[in-house]
Design a protein around this ligand. Structure first.
Ligand SMILES: NC(=O)c1ccc[n+]([C@@H]2O[C@H](COP(=O)([O-])OP(=O)(O)OC[C@H]3O[C@@H](n4cnc5c(N)ncnc54)[C@H](O)[C@@H]3O)[C@@H](O)[C@H]2O)c1
Length: 332
């Protein structure tokens, strides 16, 4: 295997951390960028970085994606083969409170990455999109052939914009890019703003949890290692320029097995060893009722085959969660 020089944006984030760890273990050199913002507990971002810094082939820069000069300098002083762009302002609900954060990180930030790639001869840009681009789509499962012009949150609109911008750069400058529509990724070192993590916090503290749409939401929960297995293959396979007029593709990365949120709650109770008190509430603005990924194209082109069931994945998450909680309590 050829060892590459890879830029990972959002390297202190959940998926960025797991991707960096895996790609380092395969011998690649990783430059990580993140602005370490406080959208959620920044200690967790530092913990992830501490793990990565143990490897001498990892280098970290604290940098805002929207800092044009800083980003230009980063691309000028490094020669990246591949860029894995995972840095973004995530979360659907927060985009209702803080809309500008999404335009700065997800739209201006995306443009900085595209400009950097364009001027430095990057061979392949792989970037995170989201299942939320399917918006109000009611046809299940969500297929990459489906229309995605009906977003129901600003977050979704910025992710759709990212796909359009990448397509334009692929067309104008022949910059090969691959967009990954992630479906509810979870696992150890996960994001404290996501439901499974918030539920774990509340359940273990004896607080009631809010479950929306009266418990009838369904999510295609996808374990982070399954995502990273596929990213490892994708970074080495850029869409071909010779065959395609426009070397840009998008793929679904989901488990292809939607589960009720109440099933998730039951698994958390089992593996955290406590029972939950549940408040059943109506739908929230910006949310969608069910997500379900059609992964046929991802399977065909990259051999994507998610292996981890929700039950096994939640067990792994709960083990990590409890060990971390005990570690933090002991260090106080
Ligand atoms: N986890 C999921 O379920 C999921 C689902 C769909 C899409 N995604 C997308 O996948 C990517 C990774 O998500 P994640 O779950 O790891 O989220 P995360 O929030 O843990 O990671 C994103 C990282 O980007 C950094 N960041 C944000 N704005 C930045 C900026 N302006 N400059 C530099 N760094 C910045 C944050 O500090 C964070 O560490 C994101 O693009 C997200 O939108 C994630």
């Amino acid at each position: 295997m050829v060892h590459m020089n890879i830029l990972i944006t959002g390297a202190a984030g959940f998926v960025g951390f797991h991707s960096a760890k895996r790609l380092l273990s395969r011998g690649h050199r990783i430059v990580g960028v993140d602005n370490l913002n406080s959208y959620y507990d920044v200690r967790l971002k530092h913990e992830r970085l501490t793990h990565l810094r143990g490897n001498t082939r990892f280098e970290f820069h604290e940098l805002n994606l929207a800092d044009r000069d800083g980003m230009r300098e980063l691309f000028r002083t490094n020669s990246f083969d591949v860029v894995l762009h995972l840095g973004a302002q995530a979360g659907v609900r927060y985009s209702i409170e803080q809309p500008f954060a999404y335009i700065d990180s997800n739209v201006v930030g995306m443009l900085s990455v595209l400009e950097g790639c364009r001027h430095s001869g990057v061979k392949h840009l792989v970037y995170a999109s989201s299942s939320s681009v399917y918006g109000a789509n009611t046809k299940q499962p969500f297929s990459i052939e489906d229309r995605t012009d009906d977003p129901v949150s600003l977050y979704a609109a910025t992710k759709k914009s990212d796909e359009l911008m990448c397509r334009t750069y692929a067309h104008l400058y022949r910059l090969p890019s691959t967009g990954l529509r992630f479906f509810t990724v979870y696992g150890p070192f996960g994001r404290p703003d996501m439901a499974y993590y918030k539920f774990a916090d509340a359940i273990t503290a004896g607080r009631a949890i809010d479950v929306y749409n009266h418990g009838n939401m369904k999510r295609d929960f996808t374990y982070v290692d399954d995502i990273v297995d596929c990213i490892e293959v994708i970074v080495e396979r850029e869409p071909s320029s010779s065959k395609d007029a426009t070397p840009h593709r998008v793929y679904n990365l989901g488990n292809n097995r939607p589960e009720r949120v109440l099933t998730l709650v039951g698994l958390l109770e089992e593996h955290l060893g406590v029972s939950a008190r549940v408040n059943l509430l109506p739908m929230q603005p910006g949310d969608v009722e069910a997500t379900y990924a059609d992964i046929e194209a991802t399977r065909r082109d990259f051999g994507f085959a998610p292996k981890v069931s929700l039950s096994v994945g939640i067990q792994k998450f709960a083990e990590w969660y409890l060990a971390r909680r005990d570690g933090l309590a002991a260090s106080r």
